[in-house]
Design a protein around this ligand. Sequence first.
Ligand SMILES: Cc1ncc(COP(=O)(O)O)c(C=O)c1O
Length: 406
Amino acid sequence: MSQPRPRADPTWGFTTLAAHAGEGLEPGAWQPTSTPIHNASGFVMPSFDALDEVFEGKRPGYFYSRDGNPTVRAFEAGIAQLECAPLAVAFSSGMAAIHGALLTAELKPGDTIVSTVDCYGLTRVLLQSHFVAQGAHVQFVDMADVGAVERALDGRPKVLYLETISNPLVKVFDVPRLAAMARAAGVYSLVDNTFASPYLLRPVEHGADLVIHSATKYIGGHGDVTGGTVAAATEELGGRLRRVVKLLGALLGPNEAWLCHRGVKTLSLRMARQCDNALEVARWLEADPRVGRVYYPGLPSHEQHELAGCLFGGRYGAMIAFDLPDGNRDRVRRFIDALELVQPAPTLGDLRTLTLYPAQASHRGLTAEQRHAVGIGDGLVRLSVGIEDPPDLLADLDHALDSAGG
Ligand SMILES: Cc1ncc(COP(=O)(O)O)c(C=O)c1O
């Protein structure tokens, strides 16, 4: 076969698209069923002039893996297809992707970034340390309060930064409305879609400019890779993003890209199962007197339950947070140390169920006052629900809650 068969049709359903996304891009005498790992730091040019032609985009090809690599490009194409974006760029981690997206907005000294207040802890540290040191102003607002966002946009910021589902309190934000408000105000909207994954929401479809993932999480899905992506809503933003990743030297490596791409293929199946499991676990936790408040968008008690239903089409993600009553570090320690199936690990989105104590891990960089101000109490535990059989998970949680004691 001389022409590769196109393997992704945007009219396909999400599961079909995910299974095929990014594949079949490689021209050649034969077409592998899955894009292979191209472990090459550079690419040999067929002629002297070919290098100029590849550099100038007049000829398809690659010259140096820091700038582009076929395995990485296949993964990027897959993410772009899933996120309904013209282009996506892979980064070496989610943090590199966040950094790259913010640089793509071309912030100047004096520009303001309006960010959701309860974002991932290290994002907040990045904004407060690095970007403030570069002369940017950072304003944190509760993005569930649309009026507060409106007022912040009146100040003519450069960037509106939010997470589809916040970390760790799983607040759900009205991405279509906030992105439309940002666009009307001439402000870039950057959405970290890690917790939702494109399975639940594709923010570019709703007007977001740049959509970020820590691919370490649901995209990779197996706890065996670190990576990040940014999908751009326009070719122009995508071009800037490519330049940024090159200057940062932060492109994902081919081995990691291959693992992330393999994760994409089963994203839909894993997410469906993980969301269903999470709903079951959240309901069980909420009914248990040994547990305080449970935060999960699928529960009617969640503040944005209806919004989440509209945005996500009937599933609610696989992240849960809950308070151990009279919460304190000692009780959380007893709970976590008693778990046998659920794994304590400072990550999420894995197909195995994981737990984390935000005050100790994801939000360690915040002071106790900052954590309390956004509602992260000393007894708050985060659960990333996996694909296991729910009775096994509930049995493990049950005996750990007993061990946590009163
Ligand atoms: C919502 C969110 N965004 C970004 C990141 C950073 O991703 P990475 O760990 O791949 O750098 C994390 C990490 O936990 C996260 O939870």
